[in-house]
Design a protein around this ligand. Sequence first.
Ligand code: ATP
Ligand code: MG
Length: 604
Amino acid sequence: MRWETIRKDTVLRVAPNLGDYDKECAEFSWSKARARLQGLPGGQGLNIAHEAVDRHTASARAKAVALRCVARDDSVDCLTYGDLARATSRFANVLRTLGIGRGDRVVTLLGRCPELYTVVLGALKNTSVLCPLFSAFGPDPVAQRLRLSDAQVLVTTSELYRRKVAGQREALPGLRHVLIVGEGADELPGTLSLTALMTDASDAFTIPPTSPRDMALLHFTSGTTGSPKGAVHVHEAAVAHYMTALYALDLHQDDVFWCTADPGWVTGMSYGIVAPLIHGVTVVVDAGDYDACRWYRILAEQRVNVWYTAPTALRMLMRTTPRTGPYDLPRSFDLSALRFIASVGEPLNPEAVVWGRDVLGLPVHDNWWQTETGAIMIANFASCDIRPGSMGRPLPGVEAAVLRRGPDGRAEFTDGHVTVLEEPGAEGELALRPGWPSMFRGYLNDEQRTAAAFADDWYLTGDLVRRDADGWYWFVGRADDVIKSTGHLIGPFEVESALMEHPAVAEAGVIGRPDPVAGNIVKAFVALRPGFDATTATRRDLLAFARRRLGPAVAPREIAFDQHLPHTRSGKVMRRLLRARELGLPQGDISTLEDSSERTEQSA
Ligand code: ATP
Ligand code: MG
């Protein structure tokens, strides 16, 4: 089925920040964007925490709610921008008292509690480097990242410390301080109580001069295609966070905004903390785990206007409410405040875009970026038509290109140079012109991998895309995941999306299985919706359905049923693991493999 374009010709409730895409692109410059931020008083540089917090305290926003934290028991705790300014200053003073300063690494291993936000922004005020870890990581991935990040301070809870860190503490000599949120520090040798330290600290703190190029954040990638990499980000990333949230999330100052990603991942940091706070909006923080009813309730009760989530979460909602109806569950909530829905992290199947329109009354706006890009690079905008299945178009200030690919799927080098494809329908590796402020400044302690990511003044993303005649980008697959079959290159996303259109399919993961004749054949692993059985008849029906949709060259030749497709902890289907298991190969780095028993879906 060709999906029809969703037209934006109806009157929008609020005038979008980006009205005329072409005009905005033509007039945009990063230096003009930089002028929209305030900078530290006295021309002392640029600090993310000043823009996100302190700046607002001198305005009417001081009394506005910055964070609305919904606890697991549904109780709500609100912090104003003024409260947040004082709490973050206290934490900056705590760090200073402990002898932690510029460039020192402060690591968090915390759920989505109010203290997490104080620690992140307080560490940035102190010009220390903040590295968030997803709290569901097991002991080994935690220790590995504490070592790789050269952590001097860890902020966690007594329970997480006991379960995940205490046993390895001796092997982490660089870890000078462990600060415990909540109760329990007294019984744990080698730890300090954050509450006690905060009580003793002053709530006044002057941010020291900060160069826009000072390191601010360290983010580990999701580990979908290999071992996770530590991407270094700097304070001037704030310029891109602000502008991209303005354009691609259409944030307006009075909005209530909910980003469901955990701040252990780059989405939860860039768009769950930094960008919305710079905009001065009210950020909803949910400490609980995914649950369809809970999520609809939060959207309704918190009067969320802008919602940023992930395909995996949308697929879970689609499991409970198919597009064909009935819509009883979502319709039992008042979602009338909702104005804009966006998604990131994985390809967004066209089915999910249209599901949003039909079930929630709003289409889902897909956007694309990576840990390395630090901010949204390609997006569907509030004012522009949506072509379901397309990631949209580059943001103003972002120059994207499609590079000719070689036999391995990655950009091809001829005499040491890459080739930019200009023609309509060009397909190849997506590249970005360095120069946007949130570009990573390298993989920590890995010059070789950093150097390999750049060529001919392009940053090579490792993703394959197609650009249509009008300049819209379509995700084909990760270079590591594409399938070479009888001379064709097949993107697993296309096959997965086609399967998702069948009413029996809740989720699919597609790989290539080596075959002596075809090179590879396409094999799909399918999770079924409730009410459908893993029978030969279902398999036959799915194979025929896919052949009709995709043609015999692209359709899967084999289908296996698997209700527990492997996901990264950030919620992405791990095709490399499906492939390794299928071929009996070593599993590789599985530090980011989600434990299906503790699936939260709250990350992206
Ligand atoms: P690793 O680099 O360790 O393998 P990862 O690439 O999954 O992990 P992230 O930086 O979290 O780590 O994810 C970025 C990747 O997610 C992108 O390169 C792309 O492959 C995928 N992605 C993000 N958004 C989209 C989207 N809208 N459509 C398709 N793919 C997307
Ligand atoms: Mg990646």
